[in-house]
Design a protein around this ligand. Structure first.
Ligand code: PLP
Length: 404
């Protein structure tokens, strides 16, 4: 007897924890030390969550024994609502906020509540791959629009607009961006808002890195620029507050909600089916948003995140054959490899060989649904010492594979 996985899963992939990651685990089980530069999980690298968040969860653990409202605890939602006011997002009420087990759960829920078979969602290429898989798993068709490396990875608006069809229901923005580190210009966002309004598309704006900004980059919340269509904004504790394991995120509905009554009913239906998000973490949201924003210290030029981003950027771009747009936000670099200079054939082979030969794990660009096969994503969260070690290994790897 053979139990087969669902056919719905066959075309889907999630390479951040895919086959190469499994190979890394196998190497570790054989006693090798692998340098993991594959995942944006700050806490294990000494980027601790603020003490006051941890304290709140501990103090409230007894109060958190029961289910909460399906949308989330009132004080947590009130805190998110207050946050939208400080950002200047108009027209958000308490019931427009949904708390989830991380943004991940809410991304899937937002797609499942909306899509009918064949409905299309515009997703950036490269993307955070959960977006593509969530669209497909919900029966929709992900259609990728290009983000242009030559334009600091800003979305190519001509390409985006050319891909709109009568089946297009919405478009996804990831800003600040994973994997490219781009932070979009206000003008680009304004133009996207007008495109969405003209074509009646919902905007899904993933802003989970909205406080992780370098060198004076400014983040414009998309919802402040959208008036005549629905805007769904995603945020959470995992990155800004280094609490990825607590699984806390939120989704904010704003803009022209009057056009979305049925969709919002669908969201509430799915939120109710899963009863509620984990309650202990919800107790930390008010303190996280209202407390001291220690992430700001980490992204200053003197802060650990900024220093490590600069270290990896400078050392990687010093390797002949590698180039990279310097990140303005988030936790990643997305360098390009000039494949004509090396003996491996594409990003996947590069990632596999780097792991086999040097026990360093990164993720291939095609794992982010990038249409070219000559990029990879690298995380700069380990200590500076470990990153230097990794960069030495990169140098050795590229020298050994350089074609004469
Ligand atoms: N969105 C983006 C762009 C991400 O990079 C991630 C995690 O890496 C998520 C969403 C998922 O976050 P969460 O931990 O809140 O589920």
């Amino acid at each position: 007897m053979e139990f087969q996985k669902s056919k719905r899963l066959e075309p889907l992939k999630y390479d951040i924890r895919g086959p190469v990651y499994e190979k890394a685990l196998e190497l570790e089980s054989q006693g090798y030390k692998v340098i993991n530069l594959n995942i944006g999980n700050p806490a294990p690298f000494g980027f601790d969550a603020p003490d006051e968040i941890v304290h709140d969860i501990i103090m409230n653990i007894r109060n958190a024994q029961g289910y909460s409202d399906s949308r989330g605890l009132f004080p947590a939602r009130k805190a998110v609502m207050h946050y939208t006011q400080t950002l200047g997002i108009p027209n958000v009420e308490i019931n427009d906020i949904f708390i989830g087990n991380g943004v991940s759960e809410l991304i899937l829920l937002s797609m499942q509540a909306l899509l009918n078979p064949g409905d299309e969602i515009l997703v950036p290429s490269p993307d955070y791959p959960l977006w593509t898989t969530s669209v497909a798993l919900s029966g929709g068709k992900p259609v990728h629009y290009v983000c242009d490396e030559a334009a600091d990875w800003n979305p190519d608006l001509d390409d985006l607009e050319s891909k709109i069809t009568p089946r297009t229901r919405g478009l996804v923005l990831i800003n600040p961006n994973n994997p490219t580190g781009a932070v979009y210009d206000r003008e680009v966002l304004e133009r996207i808002a007008r495109i969405a309004e003209t074509h009646g598309l919902i905007i899904f704006s993933d802003e989970i890195y909205d406080k992780i900004l370098y060198d004076g980059a400014v983040h414009y919340p998309m919802a402040t620029l959208v008036h005549d269509t629905l805007c769904v904004t995603f945020g959470g504790l995992s990155k800004n507050y280094r609490a990825a394991g607590f699984r806390g995120g939120w989704m904010i509905l704003s803009g022209a909600k009057q056009y979305a009554k049925s969709y919002i009913e669908g969201i509430l239906f799915l939120a109710s089916m899963r009863l509620c998000a984990n309650v202990p973490t919800q107790f930390a949201i008010q303190t996280a948003l209202g407390g001291y924003q220690s992430i700001k210290d980490l992204v200053l030029p003197t802060g650990r995140l900024h220093k490590q981003m600069t270290l990896v950027y400078e050392r990687l771009t010093a390797i002949p054959g590698l180039s990279c747009v310097r990140p303005k936000g988030a936790l990643y670099l997305f360098p390009k490899i000039d494949l004509t200079q090396f003996d491996f054939k594409n990003d996947e082979q590069f990632v596999f060989d780097l792991l086999s030969e040097h026990k360093v794990l990164v993720v291939a660009g095609t794992g982010f649904n990038y249409f070219r096969d000559d990029h990879f994503r690298i995380v700069f969260l380990p200590t500076a010492e470990e990153l230097h070690l990794a960069m030495n290994k990169f140098e050795a790897f590229f020298e050994a594979h350089r074609v004469p």
